[in-house]
Design a protein around this ligand. Structure first.
Ligand SMILES: *Cc1c(COP(=O)(O)O)cnc(C)c1O
Length: 712
């Protein structure tokens, strides 16, 4: 699904689907042709409800639904609408004697959970249960697995619905099921498969042409018709909501509707839902009215007239009330993006571009391992890693186990390597979240193995940096790790500590590291060990030693499109784009007189009358305090404005005397992904650091927003 497009086709079909549902409840062809009416209301119109489920899945389900936030929003909306609908139909229930039935309480519970307190309200519990079930399945088994399981549930449901007469020996089980719910078309057997389908189509986008979709749809519809008529003829149907060929029907129909894009029609969605909720009420009212007066009998007695009048009144009511709701402002408008303080803006097109450039530089045999430690170098761990997952990156590196667990909760697939130390007592979590632990020393490996929990690991070799890892001469200890009962060694790696340097001694040292590593690998091979995946380079290792051929390159800073230092010259010159900008807005402009002071410690003295702007970003947001008093600068209207006074925790001041037409609310760029003067590397250099540190320090309170694509 593309957030920037409006799926007008899907919205239009909501209205058609609502009318089809009215047809189911009014049998427009009832007096004209039995078979015609069966085909219209028991076959064709059966696409309507699954279509609604699929649409909900399309817009709501996502494998990246962190903490189920989107799902909860959906559930809340459905629960509120369900509650309102129950209340609306209370008078009808009263008149119909609903509350005088035997076993009222168990029946009431059953109706609220499954069947609905009115014949059409089963939709809401089915949507709530089906949506939740679908998300669980997708998170656990991915789309294919989820589809298989939801499909299996649907298959079971079929035999409680239109294939009931063929259940044979299993009839008893279904009888048991039907004590809890009256139909199989509910949130367990019916809805999940369509939700999963919707989520799947949202992730896949359109690759089938509109023409093929039409052919697919009509073929499936014909097959469904054949299926339905056969089952009808055999007299095996208990109900007629579920058919085998309904699933492909919906698949092709929805696929086709995805092609139809255009202007958004805001009221269609609410209107169709209101029509769905209200039409049985209109049916009931019409039948009462026609009973009162003989002249009006035609309104209820002539099925076709009944259908037309119910439809017209429902649509009128739906459209008017949707418009009223829209006008009243009851529906919350989307809150504006974070513009009141400072924010990180990331460009995911550039991230994708960088991935492609880096993959190309690595060659076919090597896989990109995305290093996303420390909130993806301050870029926002969720936004970056889910984008990488979407574009097919399947190997990640983090610094801590908690970062790894977070990635899994975001819905990230593939291998996740923890580069740092994890308490061995947390081995169970390593296993549970399928994380790969780095063995930082032989002693550590022993301790981890001693936990008696199966975990995957990569061995780290220290080839001269003397930080983490087995000594490069410790082939014996390395060999031992491969034979540990509870540890499965999937990889072995080292880290170069001066791959960024062009100095002769550093280059010699790096070659020493590389040779030392391969010597150990060869020793392991000679002793009969099947050497697993190996990796050496990080970003600068790739830039300067691209000839090393490994299974992975661990790219961190390169992925984000910045160099550690502004004028680092590298052997490989790659066209990488900085992903991050740090932006803020002017909240106050003031005039200062010569001799005034500004900021803490009165460290800035105004030399001539000046205009200054206050920007709500400070060292608490990651702006180094050492950029105070003219060391740092920002961009306003394309011009640089120097920082004056000391940078505060939450704000800083800049001199804008020389810039024309600056207003409160104007954008301030603190780190630019376009201009070198306030680029991350230049800014880092001024503070005596590298861009890696600067980016990581961008504070946790700075929200990350994703730059909208430029559609021109
Ligand atoms: C952080 C880290 C990386 C990534 O380094 P970049 O220079 O940002 O590419 C690679 N390997 C290890 C072991 C790391 O700790």
């Amino acid at each position: 699904m593309d957030k920037n497009k409006y799926y007008t086709g899907i919205d239009y079909f909501r209205l058609i689907a609502a009318l089809l549902i009215i047809a189911i409840h009014t049998s427009p062809l009832g007096k004209i042709s039995d078979i015609g009416n069966f085909i219209l209301t028991r076959v064709v119109a059966r696409v309507a409800v699954p279509f609604f489920f699929t649409a909900s899945g399309f817009f709501m389900l996502s494998r990246y639904d962190y903490m189920g936030k989107r799902l909860m929003k959906f559930e809340k909306r459905m629960a509120v609408l369900y509650g309102i609908s129950i209340l609306i139909y209370l008078p009808v229930n009263l008149i119909n004697g609903y509350f005088r039935q035997d076993n009222l309480i168990p029946n009431l519970i059953r109706d609220i959970l499954f069947d609905g307190t009115m014949y059409h309200l089963w939709y809401f519990p089915a949507a709530m249960v089906g949506g939740a079930l679908a998300l669980c399945l997708i998170r656990q088994f991915d789309y294919k697995g989820a589809f298989v399981i939801a499909g299996l549930l649907y298959f079971i449901g079929l035999f409680g619905d239109s294939y009931y007469g063929m259940t044979g020996a299993f009839m008893g089980i279904y009888k048991y099921i039907f004590q809890m719910c009256s139909y199989a078309r509910n949130g367990i057997f019916f809805a999940p498969v369509f939700f999963v389908l919707g989520g799947f189509l949202a992730e896949q986008g359109c690759s089938l042409s509109a023409g093929k979709c039409v052919v697919g749809f009509f073929t499936s519809l014909m097959l469904m018709l054949f299926e339905a008529l056969t089952l009808h003829g055999l007299n095996v149907q208990r109900h007629d909501s579920m058919y085998m060929f309904l699933v492909p029907c919906i698949y092709f129909l929805f696929y086709f509707l995805m092609h139809v894009q255009g202007k958004k029609i805001v009221w269609l969605k609410s209107a169709s839902l209101i029509i769905y909720i209200i039409h049985p009420m209109i049916i009931a009212v019409l039948s009462t009215v026609s009973g009162l007066s003989g002249n009006l009998g035609v309104l209820a007695d002539n099925f076709l007239v009944n259908f037309v009048v119910v439809s017209a009144l429902s649509v009128l009511f739906g459209v008017l009330s949707a418009a009223a709701v829209e006008k009243s402002g009851m529906v919350k408008k989307k809150s504006p993006d974070y513009t009141d303080r400072s924010y990180v803006e990331i460009n995911l097109d550039y991230l994708e571009h960088n991935v492609n450039v880096l993959k190309h530089a690595m060659g076919q045999e090597c896989e990109l391992m995305a290093v996303v430690k420390d909130e993806a170098y301050g870029h926002g761990g969720y936004e970056i890693s889910t984008c990488l997952d979407k574009i097919g990156v399947r190997a990640y590196a983090v610094a801590t186990i908690d970062e790894g667990i977070k990635l899994r909760k975001y819905g990230i697939r593939g291998e996740i390597l923890i580069l740092g130390y994890t308490m061995v007592e947390r081995a169970r979590e390593l296993k549970r979240y399928n994380l790969t632990q780095t063995l930082i020393s032989p002693e550590y490996a022993d301790a981890l193995n001693g936990q008696k929990i199966h975990v995957n690991a990569h061995i780290k070799i220290d080839t001269g940096m003397h930080r983490l890892g087995y000594d490069k001469t410790a082939a014996g200890a390395g060999r031992k790790a491969f034979h540990m009962k509870y540890i499965k060694v999937d990889g072995i790696f080292t880290h170069l500590c001066c791959a960024d340097s062009a100095r002769k001694e550093d280059i010699r040292f790096t070659h020493g590291q590389i040779n030392g590593f391969y010597k150990l690998i060869n020793e392991l091979k000679r002793s009969g060990i099947a050497v697993p995946k190996i990796h050496i380079q990080s970003s600068y290792g790739l830039f300067n030693y691209s000839w090393i051929k490994c299974d992975y390159v661990r790219t961190g800073v390169a992925l984000y499109g910045v160099k550690s230092q502004p004028r680092d010259s590298t052997k490989l010159k790659l066209d990488l784009q900085p992903v991050l900008s740090l932006k803020s807005r002017i909240i106050l402009i003031r005039k200062l007189k010569q001799g005034d002071f500004a900021g803490y410690g009165r460290s800035f003295v105004v030399e001539k009358d000046s205009i200054i702007a206050i920007v709500p970003v400070g060292y608490g947001d990651g702006i180094p305090r050492s950029l105070s008093n003219g060391v740092g600068a920002v961009l306003i209207n394309g011009q640089t404005a120097p920082v004056i006074g000391r940078i505060c925790m939450d704000s800083l001041m800049v001199d804008i005397t020389h810039i024309k037409n600056v207003l409160v609310g104007d954008m301030v760029t603190l780190i630019s992904n376009e201009s070198d003067t306030v680029g991350a590397a230049d800014m880092a250099k001024k503070t005596g650091s590298i861009s890696n540190e600067l980016l990581c320090r961008i504070g946790a309170r700075v929200p990350v927003i994703v730059a909208e694509k430029n559609w021109q």
